[in-house]
Design a protein around this ligand. Structure first.
Ligand code: 0FX
Length: 247
């Protein structure tokens, strides 16, 4: 049966990768609509007036969503789905973490720090963050030289593999879920923000300092910083080279 699916995402590169799967015919017969969060000013500016990618507020527009669609896919949507939405329509989340470990904000950053497993998960959405029944997962190994960026890129690939392998059946409702055997742990944006300020007087093992810096190294992002004697913020990031890439 043909389904009308709303994909809500604040991650444009991922939307483009998802659209490539549609173009390849993976979801033939189903109709997709793409939306983003109203707070996403970058996408709002870029897609002002667009009917193919537009803002949707899941907290205030849930009646409309339930009436118009058969299913909602959160593809890195930065809004928490309200109970009225998750109870009213089939909602599935594609998450860049291995639930229940390091649920919430930037999972690979916290996995580099605390050593808990990371990867990708597709799960049903309930009222809690990254918490509903698990449909499919793929673990990603973090190497000693991985930074947040290199770990994240592997996780995005794992997400795409899961989408390709499982999403057609998920849309048809042909899947089972598994309840995680523990609640796991949850990190919020404020936990991440607190990590970014390095206290120069902190003492710890070199391993822990190294992990914190590589967890905060993500391409062009300015994350980790310390305040120098004059109170100026100085940003820092790491470069790591495994032996075979050191030449
Ligand atoms: O879309 P996304 O990859 O994922 C985030 C959450 O981690 C995820 O749990 C949630 N389900 C989803 C809706 O939002 O986030 P992003 O595109 O903002 O960032 C991608 C990566 O970039 C992040 O894992 C770490 C890195 N990053 C991002 C920002 C904004 C930084 O290192 N510094 C930053 O300031």
């Amino acid at each position: 049966m043909s389904k009308k699916i709303l994909v809500v995402s604040d991650n444009e590169p991922l939307v483009n990768r998802f659209k490539a799967l549609i173009e390849r015919g993976l979801f033939n017969g189903h109709a997709f609509t793409f939306a983003f969060s109203p707070r996403n000013t970058a996408l709002a500016e870029k897609y002002a007036g667009s009917t193919v990618f537009f803002p949707i507020n899941v907290k205030t527009q849930f009646d409309e969503i339930i009436a118009q669609y058969d299913m909602v896919v959160s593809l890195h949507c930065k809004q928490l789905f309200p109970s009225a939405l998750v109870r009213g329509i089939h909602c599935v989340n594609v998450h860049p973490g291995l639930n229940p470990h390091n649920r919430g904000w930037f999972p690979q950053v916290f996995s580099i720090l605390n050593g808990k497993p990371c990867g990708a998960t597709i799960h049903e959405i309930d009222e809690l963050l990254d918490h509903g029944g698990i449909i499919a997962q793929k673990e990603v190994k973090i190497e000693s030289w991985d930074t947040s960026l290199t770990a994240y890129n592997k996780i995005l690939d794992a997400e795409m593999e899961l989408i390709e392998a499982y999403m057609p059946a998920i849309i048809e409702g042909k899947y089972t879920t598994q309840k995680p055997d523990q609640e796991g742990n949850l990190n919020l944006k404020k936990d991440y923000d607190a990590l970014c300020q390095i206290q120069l007087t902190d003492t710890d093992t070199f391993q822990n300092h190294l992990n914190r810096l590589r967890a905060l190294t993500h391409g062009q992002y300015m994350n980790a910083y310390f305040l120098d004697d004059t109170g100026r913020k100085v940003y820092l990031k790491l470069e790591l080279f495994p032996e075979d890439k050191a030449t």
